[in-house]
Write a protein that binds this ligand. Structure first.
Ligand code: S3P
Length: 432
């Protein structure tokens, strides 16, 4: 476990090319692995989570050349994956475990076991197991499928209709990937409002997938060369850029630009919330890369006001709540975060872990069933803060340390490698 000590810095200034989007990097490897042809992926996120995805597909016979942020995937086609001859290790990555379980559920004749680290093995899996079983999947896991390791015996997936009870893109994507090798149309309704990268990328690969309001429909391809390979440049990850947006907004002498950041509307709730809090934000150079919108985002020192974060925006900022909590602690007034029960199902229980860290920094904060109440105090005390192995906590506490009085020790800083291996280097680049 690595510990690091920080003190506040006089100035934050600079331009950062934040690493590639984690969700899109995973999907670019997974979907191209089952495509026909070769795809070149640039600005790929070489974080531990995405490396777990690469390792799993290599174990199923897919040739993947990986150098830094460049990846070439030699697709084997929808029926070409090899049965893995050992357990697939998904590390810390919920996206790898859940999407891969969905994909393998429809791979008739193949058997696989998927596991991960202690955090992943404690996260809820019934959310994918129950609907996949209803479509015909043969799955099991500890406690009747509640927890990984999960086992998958590939079967014939039948289409049908399923109403998603929670706004999880991982659940939505697992079902869509199962249906890809199924025998009928799958229609999803309900909480389909999680990130839509799967829908956009599969459509870009020639798959008949349509979104109409909250209904998503996928027809399994009749054409043997679909999905076809899709080369792309992965946009910068808004969930990584959000650390710098908050750092600039709460620091008294700051201006930070993040370039080429993904602006998919299902991902930029944090930008909307920071704007509502009074953050000085300029969006420039808006453009489209592949199927995704991107732009440069500049944030300057700001005087933040408390806000209420609840309802439909929650899925669009769920990963940013730890760092938004730091912004709330530095704002004037009481911020309310509600409808965010999903925080309990992340790498840690982020209601409990975030509130504990705010208390350690001298902030009045209260955990609720579905979120938290934070009384902004415009100042933070340096403290010893644990990452609990959760990458987004380690980075949120680093942002807090940039304005805290005294020194801050962060325990378990190596957790950042999961989604932002260059985080400490980027921090050094802008801290003056
Ligand atoms: C992800 C979806 C989200 C998010 C996770 C990545 C994805 O999880 O928190 O970091 O790539 O689909 P849920 O689907 O559980 O909301």
């Amino acid at each position: 476990m690595s510990d690091m000590q920080f003190v506040a810095v006089p100035q934050l200034r600079g331009t950062l090319d934040v690493p590639g989007d984690k969700s899109i990097s995973h999907r670019a490897v997974m979907f191209n692995a089952i495509a026909e042809g070769t795809a070149h992926i640039t600005h790929f996120l070489p974080g531990a989570d995405c490396l777990s995805t690469i390792a799993c597909f290599r174990a199923m016979g897919v040739q993947i050349d990986h150098h830094g942020d460049t990846v070439t995937v030699h697709g084997v086609g929808l029926r070409g994956l090899r049965e893995p001859n050992d357990v697939l290790d998904c590390g810390n990555s919920g996206t790898t475990l859940r999407l891969l379980t969905g994909l393998l559920a429809g791979q008739a004749g193949k058997y696989a076991v998927l596991t991960g680290d202690a955090s992943l093995r404690s996260r809820p899996q019934r959310r994918i197991i129950d609907p996949l079983r209803a479509l015909g999947a043969q799955l099991d896991g500890r406690n009747n499928g509640a927890l990984a390791p999960l086992s998958v015996r590939g079967a014939t997936i039948h289409g049908g209709a399923y109403e998603l009870p929670i706004a999880s893109a991982q659940v939505k994507s697992a079902l869509l990937l199962a249906a890809l090798s199924g025998d009928d149309v799958l229609t999803l309704t309900g909480r389909t409002d999680g990130r839509d990268h799967t829908e956009l990328m599969l459509a870009g690969m020639g798959i008949d997938i349509r979104t109409n309001g909250t209904t998503v429909t996928l027809s399994p391809p009749a054409h043997p060369v679909l999905p076809y390979a899709l080369s792309l440049r992965v946009p910068g990850d808004p969930s990584s850029a959000a650390f710098w947006w908050v750092a600039a907004a709460i620091h008294p002498n700051a201006e930070i630009t993040t370039t080429g950041v993904g602006m998919n509307p299902t991902r930029i709730g944090a930008l909307e919330v920071l704007t509502a809090m009074g953050a000085q934000i300029t969006i420039s150079n808006a453009r489209t890369e592949g199927s995704e919108p991107v732009a440069d985002v500049t944030v300057r020192s700001s005087s933040l006001q408390a806000t209420t974060i609840r309802g439909a925006i929650i899925p669009h900022l769920i990963d940013e709540i730890p760092v938004l909590a730091v912004a709330a602690a530095m704002a004037h007034g009481q911020t309310v975060i509600a409808d965010a029960q999903e925080l309990k199902a992340k790498e840690t229980d982020r209601i409990a872990t975030v509130v504990a860290a705010l208390h350690a920094m001298g902030v009045t904060a209260e955990a609720t069933d579905d979120g938290m109440l934070i009384t902004g105090r415009g100042a933070l005390n340096g403290a010893t803060l644990a990452s609990h192995g959760d990458h987004r906590l380690a980075m949120a506490w680093a942002v807090a340390s940039l304005v805290a009085t005294g020194s801050t020790t962060i325990q378990g800083t190596d957790a950042v490698d999961v989604s932002y291996p260059g985080f400490w280097r980027d921090l050094q680049l802008i801290a003056r």
